[in-house]
Write a protein that binds this ligand. Structure first.
Ligand SMILES: CC(C)(COP(=O)(O)OP(=O)(O)OC[C@H]1O[C@@H](n2cnc3c(N)ncnc32)[C@H](O)[C@@H]1OP(=O)(O)O)[C@@H](O)C(=O)NCCC(=O)NCCS
Length: 303
């Protein structure tokens, strides 16, 4: 088996196969448009690569990688997010996914300043542990929007349609991925593509501020959730108005809950629950010889 980087026509051929896994609410044509739209975005154009695991005859498995800025303590470098690992159904259970991931990690490790490879598993930890990844503890705050009892007062919250990158968070000895404005907008591009395909109203504000606190959101029409891509809460009193204002926008777009990946503990608003994440499980494999720890795991980094 060997590792090959996909051409544009390889990518379209993979899209036709992966539609069964990731295009559930879309027609095949809509899924192809979604993939083409996401790839055309400046973030993907600059940072996304598609990899194939092939033998002489055929492609057994494929995945994508996204290069993002990262740091470990004061050391600045880059990290790679692996996404969309897919093995042809008739070839599953033969180690192709693990083989591809190991080969991709070896290739990426050759790049200077490579700190880590991360992924968000939809199939549990076991398969990726075999490729050297370590699961990271992760908690979500879930707030139902239909029955929400958040404060009605959202005055003082400033809102804008466009996104911004978050200010850099506090450093520790773990790997941290840095969100850029392009990557945040790429998340919103997914919202726009689904809104258009499913005829749903886009969210009217993606960046909300209250005094020195802020958060950035995007709709997931696949799950009917409003996702907090990142947040920086300066003081506990800002949490209620910001989540309430975000929740209002989510409701207006027909979303039923707000999901916040907890990076720093927040006071739980009335009606919200904190749940361990069991899907999109964050996992990391270090490339720099350091510990396999990842902190400040933000939804905006998901791919
Ligand atoms: C997940 C997937 C990529 C695995 O590909 P593969 O080439 O069969 O993987 P490997 O042979 O290297 O490893 C097989 C292991 O994967 C794990 N695995 C595969 N599918 C799984 C699933 N749906 N849930 C949990 N674990 C799963 C198992 O641990 C299995 O080993 P085991 O049978 O000994 O327990 C493949 O099943 C697939 O394409 N699924 C659809 C798309 C998908 O869900 N991708 C993962 C996104 S994170």
């Amino acid at each position: 088996m060997r590792l090959v980087e996909a051409t544009d026509s390889d990518k379209r051929a993979r899209d036709l196969l992966t539609a069964s896994a990731w295009g559930k609410q879309l027609t095949t044509e809509q899924f192809l448009q979604r993939e083409a739209g996401l790839r055309a975005h400046p973030f993907a154009q600059q940072h996304m690569r598609t990899w194939l695991w092939v033998d002489a005859a055929r492609v057994a498995c494929s995945c994508e990688t996204f290069e993002v800025p990262a740091r470990r303590g004061s050391r600045v470098g880059r990290a790679f997010v692996i996404a969309s690992v897919f093995t042809e159904p008739s070839l599953r259970g033969r180690g192709h996914a693990v083989g591809l991931i190991n080969a991709v990690c070896a290739r990426l490790a050759e790049q200077g300043e490579a700190l880590a490879v991360v992924l968000f598993s939809e199939v549990g930890a076991r398969i990726y542990e075999r490729a050297g990844f370590v699961a990271q503890p992760s908690w979500d705050v879930m707030l139902p929007l239909e029955t929400s009892v958040l404060p009605l007062v959202t005055s003082g919250v400033k809102q804008s349609l466009g996104v911004e990158a978050p200010p850099v968070g506090a450093m520790d000895g773990a790997v941290q991925l840095e969100l850029t404005v392009e990557q945040c907008d790429w998340q919103v591009e997914r919202e726009r593509l689904y809104a258009s395909a499913l005829n749903r109203p886009e969210v009217k504000a993606h960046l909300l501020r209250h005094e020195r606190s802020s958060l950035c959101v995007a709709a997931s029409f696949q799950t009917n959730e409003l996702h907090v891509l990142w947040y920086r809460f300066d003081k506990p009193a800002d949490v209620g108005p910001l989540l309430a204002a975000a929740g209002d926008h989510g409701r207006a777009s027909g979303l039923t809950s707000l999901r916040l990946w907890e990076t720093t503990p927040i006071p739980l608003p009335a009606g919200a629950v904190r749940v361990p994440r069991n899907d999109e499980l964050p996992m990391l494999r270090a490339l720099d010889g350091g510990a396999a720890t990842w902190s400040f795991i933000e939804r905006g980094s998901w791919a």
